[in-house]
Design a protein around this ligand. Structure first.
Ligand code: F6P
Length: 487
């Protein structure tokens, strides 16, 4: 099989270069080994006058990386607009933050259509397409419109919330119908999968039986594929990384004090405000913990031009300064707050240096930082993971200290418990988590999805699909000549 993987953000980075976001970093090693072609945005735009979508192609392991310049007229409406100001907040149950317009939706659909046309050049008879994430919900339908018959799979890296939440997205019905063009739709957790099935029943009147739904596109399989990491490789990286100058400087600066670490994109879904409040509360309630434990919070900026992200950045900067002002001493800073990205190698070393990993999102598809923190620990003296029960990772890492990120006092207590947990208990909890990580590696995830996708079309159009009642016309169909702008 010739596999074409598609995602908005791609990784050309090596282990020693900073990378933003879990998806790109997780996919890089497996895509490299698989020989797949990985197609995504170059991060640049160009006007639509060119004859063919422009792609810069370079070797990537046994395969290739193709980076496309996306259409300038639609990039903002697609990325900052519909993808990250309508879908992202809804998928993370923040419908109050939805800010979007018809134009954004139009741009989103245009970029999906643009990507579909660009993919045709990588199509061979034995090709299978694997589309990643919420940026491309409608890409499968666009490919089908272009006559593509090969297997097309989709994996959602974020949560899929309850129907009442997703209904906050303008054009939700049209988008979910378009998703049914995929042969296989993968989710991080069974809950996400069940929510999606619930939507199909409630909004489209479609039943899911044995994980399969039949629509006008034929059969689509719905399944949970929890994404993993390569725990062995990460552990090796962490062991080596203790010699890295950044990591040894951090160690030297601690003077025996314990360290808690948080590593996140600067995003409202990550629960950063609540986390800082929990540390504030802990140092207030237990002053003896001042100087005993400090927090290193790395918050890598992304999507900075979106108002909600700018507001969050200001709020966090203010909060850090207030908490440091309240609890700091001339020779002790409670929170070290860094707004920059670090390489996987350095991160692995930082995780190993920290006695507590705090991963407390309000909602998260999986959260690979939680898994990486565990894998990076010294088996003889492992740290403790404080993990939100609303991260997908909590399903597997159930021997972490699970917390409710809305309960500030509860989090403060859990962090204090983590700091003083005896070695025997730390080892028991850590070993149980490592068993889960070894059982669900990124290699396994990749292979499971691709194997399921390969067989997904057997009997696909065997039965006559039920007609879907046409949705109300919420959005005019794309103008017949609009494609011409990008050809
Ligand atoms: O699923 C979440 C995701 O799409 C991942 O790629 C990553 O965690 C993040 O969002 C990347 O966001 P962005 O590319 O907008 O910085």
């Amino acid at each position: 099989m010739n596999l074409v993987v598609v995602s908005n953000r791609v990784a050309r980075g090596k282990a020693n270069e900073p990378m933003t976001g879990g998806l790109a970093a997780a996919l890089l090693p497996v895509v490299e080994k698989s020989g797949a072609i990985w197609v995504g945005s170059s991060g640049r735009v160009r006007d639509g006058a060119q004859k063919e979508p422009f792609a810069e192609i370079e070797a990537l392991g046994a395969g290739a990386l193709a980076m496309l310049d996306l259409p300038a007229a639609h990039y903002g409406g697609y990325y900052e607009g519909f993808a990250n100001s309508a879908l992202w907040p809804a998928l993370h149950s923040r419908t109050d933050l939805i800010r979007t317009s018809q134009d954004d939706y139009f741009s989103y659909r245009e970029v999906n259509a643009f990507m579909a046309r660009a993919l045709l050049r990588f199509q061979k008879p034995e090709t299978a397409f694997w589309i990643q994430d919420y940026h491309f919900l409608a890409l499968g339908a666009e490919l089908r419109d272009l006559g593509v018959k090969q297997p097309i799979g989709f994996f959602l890296h974020t949560p899929w919330p309850a129907s009442t939440v997703i209904e906050g997205v303008p054009h939700h019905r049209e988008l979910v119908e378009a998703m049914l063009a995929y042969d296989l739709i993968g989710f991080q957790t069974q809950d996400d999968c069940d929510h999606f099935a619930g939507y199909l029943a409630a909004e489209l009147g479609l039943d899911v039986e044995g994980g399969v739904v039949t629509s006008r596109y034929g059969r689509s399989q719905l399944k949970a594929f929890p994404i993993g990491i390569d725990p062995q490789k990460f552990a090796e990286q962490a062991t080596k990384a203790v010699l890295h100058p950044d990591v040894s400087r951090l160690r030297r600066s601690l003077h025996g004090e314990k360290l808690a670490i948080g590593v996140d994109r600067l995003d409202y879904s990550k629960g950063l405000v609540n986390r800082l409040c929990a540390f504030d509360r802990m140092w207030t309630m237990q002053p003896a913990l001042a100087r005993t434990v400090s927090l290193l919070q790395i918050a890598t900026p992304s999507r900075g031009t979106i108002e909600a992200y700018g507001n969050l950045q200001n709020e966090l900067a203010k909060l850090v300064s207030e908490v440091n002002g309240r609890h700091g001493e001339v020779d002790w800073t409670p929170i070290r707050y860094l707004n920059k990205g670090f390489s996987q190698t350095v991160l692995a070393g930082l995780y190993r240096t920290a006695q507590v990993g705090v991963v407390t999102p309000l909602h998260d598809g999986m959260n690979l930082v939680a898994k990486e923190y565990v894998a990076a620990q010294n088996p003889a003296d492992p740290g403790v993971l404080v993990l939100s029960k609303f991260a997908g990772a909590a399903n597997e890492l159930d021997t972490a200290l699970l917390v409710n990120p809305h309960d500030i006092d509860g989090m403060a207590r859990a962090i204090a418990t983590a700091v003083s947990m005896p070695l025997a208990e730390r080892r028991l909890r850590w070993e149980a988590m490592m068993v889960k990580l070894r059982a669900g590696t990124i290699q396994q995830w990749f292979a499971d999805f691709v194997d399921t996708l390969e067989t997904s079309q057997s009997g696909k159009r065997a039965s006559e699909p039920p007609a879907i009642e046409p949705p109300p016309v919420l959005w005019p169909p794309r103008l017949a000549n609009s494609n011409a702008r990008y050809h």
